[in-house]
Design a protein around this ligand. Structure first.
Ligand SMILES: [Zn+2]
Length: 592
């Protein structure tokens, strides 16, 4: 077995163990009692990051003097306005995935219907959304039409993208009362918690809830609450909004969890939903494409045989395909849809190599892998680059399932089902980010899909995963069980969907039919994971990495939550200071 020595160790993939995982780690219950003095001790005297100053906090050696709660509140308000100002020139992507729920005797609640929204958001004076999906022309109407016979939901101005700030226009003492509650750690970050309530007659739709403020510069790191007072016959969502310290001095809005309704006794007919919103693409630079195109020209000439003067027709064909592939990959990254190359790609690459080596595949051009950062489950290949969506990687129970998913795309490549060489013409890359889905597409016809599935099974049977194909089969069974309820999650936007129009799973059916029966009551049978369990996205640079969460044991069928959204509990850390200071033993002054 000489091949086995060349296989990369599976320990690289330890994150892919078959254990249900939660998004991030749970917040430590380190909650000091609310009994706190009226003065708050750990304070940097001058907040070194006001305005546009971005000096790394490490460079500041503040004199810590006792500061009154009032002074802290002033700093919080100042920092919030600084953030609004700082983000004015940014146009991040906001993605919302929503599941309506129905009560279920065994599982508590199950998804009944889902909705998906993807937009670029302009954070200048008027917050605007530009939608990627043609069908979501009316974000509000499509959502409201779906499930609001009982209550009308008020968007001010547009639902989920609203709660990135507490209050864009009126966050001040004349509109709000601030009450200091207690201190609490969120991850590694010590926070002061304030209750924020609108003053009487200050207006409608003002923020009401709690804010968590980090204890050095007093930036808000988490908002939890709703908007109030509500107009008659209208509701505001409740939301839990998290920020990450991604640039020095600023905490950037990154995750929003929303939830309404419940199935407690007596309220069974009520509609309920839960939704995750993710924001990223803050720092996508507009010049990327120009650079990439220049690179492509140089590289594609260098790529082909260095000894020959001229390209043979076959070489020219391959160079052409390489150029198209590079164009599309660069364009998808620029549009905020593809993560830049990173560690998750290497995990995918390892699995691809394992399949290729054991099948003696030798392709003229290297096979690469990249991650699309969106929820909907999809894979496609652009030339020799296999692209897998974050939602898909998140929900796969183990490495063998990942191998099965990848093998379908690898089969397309092996079978020469090349798509997209028309994108070697660079004018075809000239379109707005929001119209990406209208301008690019990598769908195969049904015959090629069937052929790829057959080839994929053949590749898998020769691979290290040959004895583990029950788990991808179970994954597909679980997907089939929920497919009628999750059409939005199953709608691929660039590749082929896993299901047909009627909600029948069509991908790798042979694996599904040979899998054991799905049994939700078997606690050791984890067919699919919740969304958000594997991939962590850096919203500033769009980088992805594997989440390092300890396995959590499952105690009931309700813990399985296949394909479901859950609340966010990111482990907050400071950008530069914390780790280096702690490991150097240079304690931050006056920290208890
Ligand atoms: Zn396919």
């Amino acid at each position: 077995m000489k091949f086995w020595g060349r296989l990369l160790p599976f320990s690289l993939l330890c994150a892919l163990s078959a254990v249900a995982q939660q998004a991030g780690s749970p917040a430590p219950p380190a909650q000091t009692p609310a009994a706190e003095p009226a003065t708050v001790q750990p304070v940097s005297g001058t907040s070194g990051t006001s305005g546009t100053a971005v000096a790394p906090p490490a460079a500041v050696a503040p004199a810590r003097v006792p500061v009154s709660v009032d002074q802290v509140v002033d700093a919080v308000i100042e920092r919030e306005h600084a953030l609004i100002n700082y983000l004015k020139t940014r146009t991040p992507v906001i993605e919302t995935y929503l599941q309506n729920l129905q009560p279920d005797a065994k599982m508590g609640a199950l998804p009944k219907e889902d909705h998906y929204f993807l937009s670029r958001m302009d954070l200048s004076d008027t917050v605007e959304r530009r939608d990627y999906l043609a069908k979501q022309v009316s974000f509000q109407r499509s959502l409201m039409g779906g499930f609001t016979k009982l209550f009308r939901i008020q968007y001010q101005p547009m639902g989920f993208s609203w709660m990135i700030f507490a209050d864009r226009s009126n966050f001040d003492r004349s509109h709000y009362d601030f009450r200091y509650m207690h201190r609490e750690f969120l991850g590694e970050v010590k926070c002061l918690v304030f209750e924020v309530t609108p003053k009487k007659n200050a207006g409608t739709g003002l923020f009401k809830g709690q804010i968590w403020v980090e204890d050095q510069d007093y930036n808000i790191v988490r908002l939890n609450g709703t908007y109030w007072p509500r107009p008659k016959n209208a509701y505001y969502f409740h939301m839990d909004s998290w920020r990450l310290n991604l640039v020095p001095g600023y905490w950037i809005p990154s995750y929003i969890y929303s939830e309404e309704g419940d199935f407690s006794y007596g309220s069974k007919d009520k509609l309920a939903f839960k939704a995750q919103s993710r924001i990223w693409g803050y720092d996508v630079t507009k010049n990327l494409r120009d650079d990439e195109l220049t690179d492509v020209k140089v590289e594609s000439v260098n790529d082909v045989s260095p000894t020959a003067q001229d390209l043979s027709p076959l070489e020219a064909q391959r160079a052409w395909q390489q150029q198209a592939e590079d164009n599309v990959v660069a364009r998808l990254q620029e549009a905020g849809l593809l993560a830049p190359p990173g560690d998750v790609d290497k995990v995918l690459q390892t699995v691809i190599n394992n399949i290729m080596i054991t099948n003696n595949l030798d392709l003229p051009r290297p096979v690469r892998a990249r991650v699309m950062v969106t929820y909907p489950l999809e894979t496609f290949s652009v030339g020799n680059t296999i692209i897998v969506s974050r939602g898909l990687i998140d929900t796969l129970p183990d490495e063998a399932s990942l191998a099965a998913i990848l093998s379908h795309e690898l089969a397309h490549i092996v079978l020469g089902h090349n798509l997209g060489s028309k994108y070697a013409f660079t004018d075809r890359m000239l379109f707005s980010d929001e119209s990406t889905y209208q301008n690019l597409g990598f769908r195969h016809n049904p015959e090629e899909e069937t052929a790829a599935d057959a080839k994929a099974v053949e590749l898998l049977k020769n691979s290290p995963y040959a004895q583990k194909l029950a788990s991808p089969g179970l994954y597909l069974r679980q997907l089939q069980a929920l497919a009628p309820e999750l059409p939005a999650l199953l709608t691929a936007h660039l590749g082929n969907s896993f299901s047909d129009d009627r909600g029948n799973i069509t991908r790798l059916v042979a694996l599904e039919t040979s899998a054991p029966a799905l049994d939700v009551s078997k606690l050791d049978q984890i067919a699919a994971l919740p969304l958000g369990g594997r991939i962590k996205l850096d919203p500033w640079q769009d980088k992805v990495e594997m989440i390092k969460a300890a396995p959590v044991s499952i105690t009931s069928a309700r813990d399985k939550m296949p394909f479901e959204v859950t609340p966010f509990f990111p482990r907050l850390t400071r950008l530069t200071t914390t780790t280096s200071e702690q490991t150097n033993g240079q304690a931050t002054p006056a920290q208890k």
